[in-house]
Each structure stands twice: as C-alpha cells, then as structure tokens.
Design a protein around this ligand. Sequence first.
Ligand SMILES: Cc1cc2nc3c(=O)[nH]c(=O)nc-3n(C[C@H](O)[C@H](O)[C@H](O)COP(=O)(O)OP(=O)(O)OC[C@H]3O[C@@H](n4cnc5c(N)ncnc54)[C@H](O)[C@@H]3O)c2cc1C
Length: 462
Amino acid sequence: MKLAIASLVLGSAAAFSPSAFSGTALSAASNGATMDMRYKVAVIGGGPSGACAAEIFAQEKGIDTVLIERKMDNAKPCGGAIPLCMIGEFDIPESTVDRKVRKMKLISPTNVEVDIGDTLQPNEYIGMCRREILDKYLRDRAISYGAEAIQGLVTKIDVPEDHKETESQYTLHYQEFTAGSSAGVPKTMDVDLIVGADGANSRVAKAMDAGEYNFAIAFQERIKITEEQMSFYEEMAEMYVGDDVSPDFYGWVFPKYDHVGVGTGTVVNRPAIKQYQKAIRDRAGDKIAGGKIIKVEAHPIPEHYRPRRVQGRLALVGDAAGYVTKCSGEGIYFAAKSGRMAAEAIVKLMEGGKRLPTQTEIERTYIADYDKLYGPTYTVLDILQKVFYSNNGAREAFVELCNSKYVQQVTFDSYLYKRVQGNNPLDDLKLLGETIGCLIKGYAIATPDQEFSNPVESAKRL
Ligand SMILES: Cc1cc2nc3c(=O)[nH]c(=O)nc-3n(C[C@H](O)[C@H](O)[C@H](O)COP(=O)(O)OP(=O)(O)OC[C@H]3O[C@@H](n4cnc5c(N)ncnc54)[C@H](O)[C@@H]3O)c2cc1C
C-alpha cells in the first residue's frame, strides 16, 4: 500500500490514490462521498495526442489528470496540414489555421504538373497550421478543463513488476522547468495510469518495452518569401515526386501565414536527407528563390504501429504508438483522434474514478476500436506508397492518374472527411484500366532512379 507521497511533497492539487486505501475510505469514494482521493492519470506529451487525451480525462471529475510537456511553446517540426473534418470534430477555431488550401499542384519527376482541387466545394479546404499555435490551443483547452500542467521532461518511469496484476503505482522521474530558469529541478510523482503521447522518441514506449518501428526522417525549412511569391501560394500547396526529392516519399511546399514550409522525408536513405532537401528547393525554383530560411526543423516520422501499444496501465497514442499513414505522412488528425479515443475508453472503464482498467480491457476497447476504424486506411495507403513511390515510372503514372476527376474526388473525400468512400464500381473498373495504362506510359517516359547504397540503414529496417 502506497500513499501518493510525491504529490504531497510537491504540493500538487492531487492528493491520494484510492489504491492506497482499502475498506471504508475506498467504499466512501465508491459511494460518491466527496473525499479528496482519486486515481491519478499522467499524460506525457502535450502535442495533439496528449492534449486531446488530457482534455477528456480532465472533464471526469473523479480522476486527477496531469499533463507533462517538456516545452510548453514547442514548435513541433511539421508540415501542419490538417483535414477539414478535424476543425469541426475537435472544435478548433479557424483562427488556428494560417491558410486554407483549395488548390494543389502535383509535380512529376519530369516536371509534368497536374492541378487538383476542382472537385472541392467552396467551403472545403485543407487547413495549414503552425504547430506552435495549434498545439497551444489544444493544450490550453485541456488545462481549462482542469488538467494540471507541468512543464517537465520525463526522464524515467519505474514500472513495478506486478503492474499487470495489481494496482501498484508507476513512478515518474522528471525535470521540472519553471519560467525564467533553464535548469530543470528533478522531481518524482506516483501515478496510477500513464498515457504515452510523447511522440516518436517516446520514453513511455521505452519504459513499457513497446518495441521498435521503422521511421522516416523528415526535414523542413520555413522560408520567408516575398509577398509577390507568397501570392502564388495564397491557397496553393505543392507536392513533388521524383527520386531526386525522395526515394520513397514526396517533397512539399506548404503555405503558412507569411512563409512557406519546404520539406521532404525518407526512410530508405536517411543519411541523404539534406541532398533531397536541396533538390526540393531546386525544384521549387523561382517560386521560392531569394527566400530567407527562418527555421530549419527535422524529426522522425513512424512508419507503422509499435509491436505493443498497451502494457498494464501504460497506453500509447499518436506518434508514440506509430499512427502516421504512409503515402501522405499524415499524423496530426490520427494523433488527436487516438488520444481522444484512448481517453474516452479508459474514462468509461474507470467508472467515474472508482476503479482502474486492466490491460485486456484497454486492448478490447481503445485498441480494438482504433484498429477497426483506421486499420484499412493504413493498409491501403501502405500499398499505394509501395506501388506509386518506388520508382520514377510509377511516380509519373501516379501524377497522370491524379488528372482523373474521379481520383481527385475519392482522394479528397477520404482525406478531408476520413471516411471510406462508397465508390462507383464502373468508375473503379475504368480506373484500373487507366492505372495500368499510366504505369506502362510512365515506365516508358521515366528516367531510371539513381542508385544509392545504404546497407547500414537498410539492414536496420524491421
Ligand atoms: C517534418 C514533418 C512534417 C510533417 N507534416 C505533417 C503534416 O503536414 N500533416 C500531418 O498530419 N502530419 C505531419 N507530420 C506528422 C505529425 O507531425 C505527427 O504525426 C504529430 O505531430 C503526432 O502528434 P503527437 O501528439 O502524437 O506527437 P508530437 O506532436 O511529437 O508531440 C509529442 C509532445 O511530447 C513532448 N515530449 C516528448 N518527449 C517528452 C518527455 N520525455 N517528457 C515530456 N514531454 C515530452 C514533445 O515536446 C511534444 O510536444 C509531419 C512530421 C514531420 C516530422
């Protein structure tokens, strides 16, 4: 039996853990008596996954919620593109959106350009955000609902051997940073349940032995260009494909309020990322020429789920779990959604803070529901990436295919609304024929991919 001593020492608002008590105290809590003894949930990481998880826990008054974020003004390296449905579903004000993209140029290895966007309705758009703005909004909302916010870097988590069978607590070790001081103060805190929302380099994943995933390295430069150049990107984003900009992904130019984000990514040849970044700058050419690089950012992007996403009462969400789609590299919506789904499932299982969920219960709710909802999306995008991003012939075919209004419609609908479209079988059949035709033509006109040798990185792939 353990008291949540750390919370007392730290003078935190949270008091005791019900697991510390038995008999009358616990039953008083179960009867709804107002005793200050609650289970404590720690959400580690204040990006979209953590903020959206914390806001759900914070609204359950029978649970104490603490949100630990290493840097409250963090500007996550990111293209910042979000689907339209996220705005409504997560009640995000449009003021967090820098630009509403309604047109896209898809540019092939031989610089064939296809304009997409004609199928969009006037009120439809892709939102372009700066992450420091979006994340802060979501985090502040969780705090306003009652989550206790700590600016701290979690460095270690003690996971008791018996955590799957008993209610023994987890001990967080973290460096707390207070305003005006760069030196962290070492602290500890005992908690009953942990949500790992701490991104691709997750400490929570490490603590729970969640296993590894392949990852891309993505690189982006924020480039301030002239107003005249910016007017081209007013409502426009660009995607470039070709082995010069990435052997297995795409390069992008995404507009922000007074600059553009120019970036690329790769899994298979990460050491060459700067060479690919130079190529995307060159491909964009005059449209960004003379621009001033105001920020350089890079970060890993997971390629697939981790082997384990729940252990005992430790659960992963967002990038920590590996929820980024192939092909598009989209992870913001899936982070927010998985954070919300995990928290909603766990809150329900906790029955107003009266009990703790088991690993099996979390797996049967959060994990099963998430996989059912999005498993097919990950699979389809994985296949598309393998087919269309693997060589210049296939990339040419991909760009040509995107000329089809039907392809544009289905692609935008799936991206913007995150629902699998009820496709038209006749159009699908026609599309299959067109795909084969485009692939044959693409292979005929394409320049072969440059060979590269990267045995060390390749061997590391899981
Ligand atoms: C260059 C690049 C471009 C991208 N472009 C897009 C895009 O256009 N659209 C899109 O949808 N996705 C994009 N992604 C993917 C997207 O950024 C992620 O999928 C998304 O940020 C995941 O959110 P998250 O909350 O799970 O993790 P994160 O956003 O990584 O948040 C994790 C948070 O945890 C904090 N943290 C980490 N470790 C600790 C610790 N030990 N203690 C305390 N706090 C900690 C971090 O400071 C951070 O705030 C891009 C990624 C990259 C790298």
